[in-house]
Design a protein around this ligand. Structure first.
Ligand SMILES: Nc1ncnc2c1ncn2[C@@H]1O[C@H](COP(=O)(O)OP(=O)(O)O)[C@@H](O)[C@H]1O
Ligand SMILES: [Mg+2]
Length: 327
């Protein structure tokens, strides 16, 4: 069942159209990630779903109900932002329960819901603290708690982890995924980070310039990118992409091969070149090459690599792994 349906959603700010006719269905319980470069319209689309921004045209239904013109409070959604804006003078418990207090819910109900949310988010021991006594990750969990107590049909997240450092981001990524597995509530999550999209999503929506470039599961997008843009955006290190005269040699307009699909040899192969730089990460190595008549190419090798900067090398694409686009 579709929890959320967007039909031909458009949005202009003055003469500038930033959302260009989005059609999308989100199923009940699905974890959907909107991903795309900065400025492609992710936040605007999420804010239209939340009702914080009105679409210029198109329609939106949430749980069978047309909410195109409904107030945010009538939509059954809760939103978590990058800047979590906790009230500094309130405790964790008061911050989590604030929306319920405003709505004048009974005290016992507020306490029960705050306790349940705190349990879910491992904040039970911290309920009496003030925000300044919390780590960044704990603060973000309080912001999520504030959303949970509202018992929404749909959670909306706008880059909630962007302010956290790398290791905390990885931990929170896991926590939000586990939260989704427990709550089984529909979630829409906006990020510019393809790793977050790949690791968290049931379904990824790749946006570019206010339009949908491709929709699919993480592995569908990895295996079968529909466009060179998706090919270059999904996967790390980035796919090697060649256009123009180089691609013509391969019978297409854009030729792509992922770093993990290039095998290096000291003795023979399809493309010859020189090692420019090697990044040794322990479990893997990223090898930057200059290939004769092709230019830059990046290869990824498991474990250690015998290749050193300056050495001559042959590069071989794994059979059937290349991507050919006719645009
Ligand atoms: N209130 C606004 N007024 C004018 N332009 C806006 C407004 N909000 C967003 N934009 C423009 O819309 C485009 C999409 O912005 P946004 O949705 O914030 O992108 P993203 O979240 O993907 O980085 C950008 O070009 C941005 O400058
Ligand atoms: Mg944004």
């Amino acid at each position: 069942m579709a929890e959320l349906t967007l039909k031909q959603i458009r949005k202009s700010f003055g003469a500038l159209e930033v959302i260009k006719g989005i059609d999308l269905e989100v199923r009940s319980g699905e974890f959907v990630v909107f991903v795309g470069p900065s400025g492609c319209g992710k936040s605007t689309l999420l804010r239209i779903i939340a009702g914080l921004e009105e679409s210029t045209s198109g329609s939106l239904t949430i749980g069978e109900k047309d909410v195109t013109h409904a107030e945010p409070s009538e939509r059954g959604i809760a939103m978590v932002f990058q800047s979590y804006a906790l009230y500094p003078h309130m405790t964790v418990a008061e911050n989590i329960g604030f929306g319920l207090s405003l709505a004048r819910r009974p005290k016992a109900e507020i306490e029960a819901k705050v306790r349940a949310a705190a349990d879910t988010l491992q904040l039970s021991q911290l309920l009496d603290r003030k925000p300044k006594q919390l780590s960044g990750g704990q603060r973000q969990r309080v912001a999520i708690g504030r959303a949970i107590v509202r018992d929404p049909k749909v959670f909306l997240f706008d880059e909630p982890l962007s302010n956290l450092d790398a290791s905390l981001r990885a931990q929170m990524r896991l926590e939000i995924s586990e939260l989704h597995a427990r709550l089984k509530t529909t979630m829409i999550y906006v990020t510019h980070d393809q790793v977050e999209a790949m690791t968290m999503a049931d379904k990824i929506v790749v946006l570019k310039g206010g339009a949908i470039e491709q929709v699919g599961s993480p592995m569908e997008l990895y295996r079968h990118p529909a466009t060179p843009f998706v090919a270059g955006f999904i996967g790390s290190p980035r796919m090697n992409l060649y256009s123009g005269e180089i691609a013509e040699r391969f019978g297409c307009k854009t030729y792509g091969i992922r770093p993990e699909h290039i095998k290096l040899s000291e003795t023979d192969g399809q493309w010859q070149g020189k090692v420019r730089h090697v990044e040794r990460l322990g479990a893997e190595a990223i090898i930057h090459l200059d290939i004769t008549d092709m230019g830059e190419m990046v290869a990824r090798a498991e474990g250690e690599t015998p290749f050193a900067p300056g050495s001559m090398v042959w590069a071989n694409p794994v059979e059937g792994a290349a991507h050919r686009f006719n645009f």
